[in-house]
Design a protein around this ligand. Structure first.
Ligand SMILES: [Zn+2]
Length: 330
């Protein structure tokens, strides 16, 4: 029996059901929102988010992993309000998101810096996992970091190694935002393996942004799960292209290494209003996979059992295998 932390407390992995592995509820630059977006703090924003999640539950999705970490405006009190209005399980994350430098509070604080100390990020992440976030008691169930086109900058590497060490200390699995065009998933696997992470405990995010199946097979051959996780973001790849990549990987025998998601949001300050976002990316909504992608996969010959593997079994294994490995070495 393995427990996973959600906003409403621990649940058994058997209760995860169908999981979207890479989503967001609220996504923002918190400083901007504090100063210029009072609408975020209105009850209506929470109610609308809950309504979107309830629509997701109605099409059979039970759980989302919310990968909003430091750098993306994580705001747990608002998520707690949403959780009270929906039955969808929300697993929240800890870690940090940057393509270049560490967040400002760590620029002078850390090993060998002006304020010399052991890596403070490790303590932050472990506290989020073991005690809860920002005094809410809500504990993180996933670790997250990022590496994009600039590659392994000093800041990106420092965060990645801190995430890896927090994983070793807690057994919490990891998702990494990657840029397939620069094949940064391979760098992730090298760095995390150096830190003692079993690569089966890692989801390589945004793998669906490429149709280079040779690259994807290299990542999967090392054991990681691939995030085919941006369905509906059509300015990089169309849904048809993204579906084809999944079909090709299934045909090659990699169904146990695929997971599906949208990388969607309910509310974000990246657009002046939610309506602007919906108009700019009409297919980028929580129901896109259920309404468009699954029918397309079935039509292309992927079976319902294979879809269940991607939606149910693989995310469950992501949490169970990491926890079992952790228990075995402690
Ligand atoms: Zn994301």
């Amino acid at each position: 029996m393995t427990e996973v932390q959600t906003v409403r407390g621990p649940i058994n992995t058997s209760a995860l059901g169908r999981v979207l592995v890479h989503e967001h509820v609220f996504l923002m630059n918190m400083e901007y929102t504090q100063n210029y977006r009072p609408d975020f703090f209105e009850d209506a924003t929470v109610a609308k988010a809950a309504a979107k999640l309830n629509a997701l539950k109605a099409v059979g999705i039970d759980t989302i992993i919310d990968l909003t970490v430091l750098g993306l405006g994580r705001h747990i009190p608002s998520l707690a309000k949403v959780a009270a209005l929906t039955d969808v399980n929300m697993i929240v994350s800890t870690g940090a998101y940057t393509f270049n430098e560490v967040p400002g509070p760590f620029a002078f604080y850390g090993p060998g810096l002006l304020c010399d100390a052991p890596e403070p990020m490790i303590d932050h992440f472990v506290k989020d996992i073991e005690q809860g976030i920002a005094g809410t008691g809500i504990r993180a169930g996933e670790l997250k970091c990022a590496i994009d086109m600039p590659g392994l900058t000093p800041g990106v590497e420092r965060i990645m190694r801190a995430v890896a060490r927090a994983h070793v200390i807690t057994g919490t699995p990891i998702t990494v935002h990657t840029a397939p065009r620069a094949e940064t998933g391979l760098i992730v696997q090298r760095v995390l393996a150096e830190e003692g992470v079993n690569l089966e405990d890692v989801i390589i995010g945004h793998c669906g942004d490429t149709n280079d199946v040779d690259y994807l097979m290299k990542l999967a051959d090392k054991g990681s799960i691939l995030g085919m996780d941006r369905f509906g973001i059509n300015f990089t790849m169309t849904t048809a292209d993204r579906v084809q990549t999944v079909v090709q990987m299934v045909k090659r025998g990699y169904v146990d290494h695929l997971s599906l998601s949208h990388d969607c949001v309910c509310w974000s300050d990246f657009f002046p209003t939610v309506e602007n976002y919906n108009a700019a990316m009409p297919e980028h909504n929580y129901l896109h996979i259920s309404h468009q992608v699954i029918p397309a996969l079935l039509e292309a010959g992927v079976t319902q059992a294979q879809i269940d593997r991607m939606f149910i079994d693989n995310p469950r294994r992501h949490f169970e295998a990491a926890a079992n490995r952790f228990a075995a070495r402690n």
